[in-house]
Design a protein around this ligand. Structure first.
Ligand SMILES: NC(=O)c1ccc[n+]([C@@H]2O[C@H](COP(=O)([O-])OP(=O)(O)OC[C@H]3O[C@@H](n4cnc5c(N)ncnc54)[C@H](O)[C@@H]3O)[C@@H](O)[C@H]2O)c1
Length: 296
C-alpha cells in the first residue's frame, strides 16, 4: 500500500534533477505519473520508474506553450482516466545583473516559470471544476493537489536573477490565489523552494556530495515533502510555502503587516512620515532586509 495508490500525477521538468526525483517518489508511493519534459529525458525517467515496477508515461513538450500544457493534461486524462496531482517544477535560469538583462532571457525565464506554472494548472483546474459540477452540490469531492516550485531567490530577491527571482516570487502569489480560489473544489495549493544538487546548481561546490555521511543536497531528499503534500496525509494544508533541503523543512511565514502608523484622519505629508520613521521601522531599521534563509 502506497500513500498515493490510485492517484494520477503530472510532474513537469521530470526528465532530470529535482523533477525526476519527484516523479520517481510519486510512482514509488503508488501514483501513475505523466513525466513531462522537453525531450528524450522524459522517456528515461519513465523507463527508470517502469524498471522498479511503477507506472508512468512520457510527455514531450514545453510547459511554456498553452497548447502543449493543454495536451499534457489531456494525456493524463486519456492515459489514466483522471488527474489528481500537478507538480509544477520545470524551468531554467538565464542570469545577468539587472543593468544588463536582455529582453530575450527575461521573457524566456518568466515564460517557463510563471506562465509554465499557470498553463498546466489552468487546464487541470478546468477539469477539476467540471468534475465538481458533475458531482453535484454537496457531493464529496476527490482531493486534488497543486504543488508549485519557487526558490529562495524568489523569496528573498536573488542578486543577478532579476528575471528568475521575479518569476519565482510571482509563483508564491500564484499559489496563494489558487489556494484561496480552489478550496471549494477540494483543491489544495502549496509551494516548495528546493535546495539540491542538480545540473542547475552543481557548479556550486557547496552542493557537492560529501565523502561520507548524510548527502544533504541529494535532490531525492526534497521529494518526500512533495509526496506528503500530494497525499491525503496533507489534507487541509494549503497556501503554504516551504524551503526544503536535506533533512530540513522550513515553513515560511505568510506576508504579514509588520508595523502600522496612522495620521489621525488626515492625509500624510512626506515630512510627517519622516518624523514617524522609527515608529514605522523599529529596531529592524529601514535598510534592505537581511537575507533570512537557512544557512548553507
Ligand atoms: N536545484 C536547486 O537547488 C533549486 C533551487 C531553487 C529552485 N529550484 C527549482 O526547482 C526546479 C527544478 O530545478 P532543477 O535544479 O531540478 O533543474 P534542472 O535544470 O536539473 O531540471 C529542470 C528540468 O526542467 C526541464 N525544462 C526546462 N524547460 C522546460 C519547458 N519549457 N518545458 C518542460 N520542461 C522544461 C529541463 O529540461 C530539465 O529536465 C526549477 O523550477 C528550479 O528553478 C531548484
Amino acid at each position: 500500500m502506497g500513500v498515493l495508490d490510485g492517484k494520477v500525477a503530472i510532474v513537469t521538468g521530470a526528465g532530470r534533477g529535482v523533477g525526476r526525483c519527484h516523479a520517481e517518489a510519486l510512482a514509488a508511493a503508488g501514483a501513475r505519473v505523466v513525466v513531462a519534459d522537453l525531450g528524450e529525458s522524459a522517456r528515461e525517467t519513465v523507463a527508470a520508474i517502469a524498471a522498479r515496477g511503477g507506472q508512468a508515461s512520457p510527455f514531450l513538450g514545453s510547459v511554456a506553450s498553452w497548447e502543449a500544457a493543454e495536451a499534457l493534461v489531456a494525456t493524463a486524462l486519456e492515459t489514466y482516466g483522471d488527474l489528481d496531482i500537478v507538480v509544477n517544477n520545470a524551468g531554467f535560469i538565464r542570469d545577468a545583473p539587472c543593468f544588463a538583462m536582455e529582453e530575450e532571457p527575461f521573457d524566456a525565464v518568466v515564460e517557463v516559470h510563471l506562465k509554465g506554472h499557470y498553463a498546466v494548472t489552468r487546464f487541470a483546474i478546468r477539469h477539476w471544476r467540471e468534475a465538481a459540477k458533475a458531482a453535484g452540490e454537496g457531493a464529496e469531492l476527490a482531493p486534488r493537489r497543486i504543488i508549485n516550485t519557487t526558490s529562495e531567490s524568489g523569496l528573498f530577491g536573488g542578486p543577478g536573477q532579476i528575471n528568475y527571482a521575479s518569476a519565482k516570487g510571482g509563483i508564491v502569489s500564484m499559489t496563494m490565489v489558487e489556494a484561496r480560489e480552489l478550496g471549494r473544489y477540494a483543491v489544495t495549493a502549496n509551494c516548495i523552494a528546493p535546495r539540491a544538487r542538480t545540473p542547475m546548481t552543481e557548479v556550486n561546490p557547496k552542493f557537492a556530495r560529501p565523502a561520507e555521511g548524510f548527502d544533504r543536497y541529494d535532490p531525492a531528499n526534497v521529494s518526500p515533502v512533495v509526496v506528503w503534500l500530494a497525499s491525503d496525509l496533507a489534507a487541509g494544508v494549503s497556501g503554504q510555502v516551504f524551503i526544503v533541503l536535506g533533512d530540513q523543512i522550513h515553513r515560511m511565514q505568510p506576508a504579514v503587516v509588520a508595523a502600522s502608523i496612522t495620521n489621525g484622519g488626515a492625509a500624510w505629508t512626506p515630512e510627517q512620515i519622516a518624523a514617524r520613521h522609527d515608529e514605522l521601522f523599529g529596531a529592524a531599521g529601514s535598510g534592505v532586509p537581511a537575507w533570512a534563509g537557512p544557512p548553507m
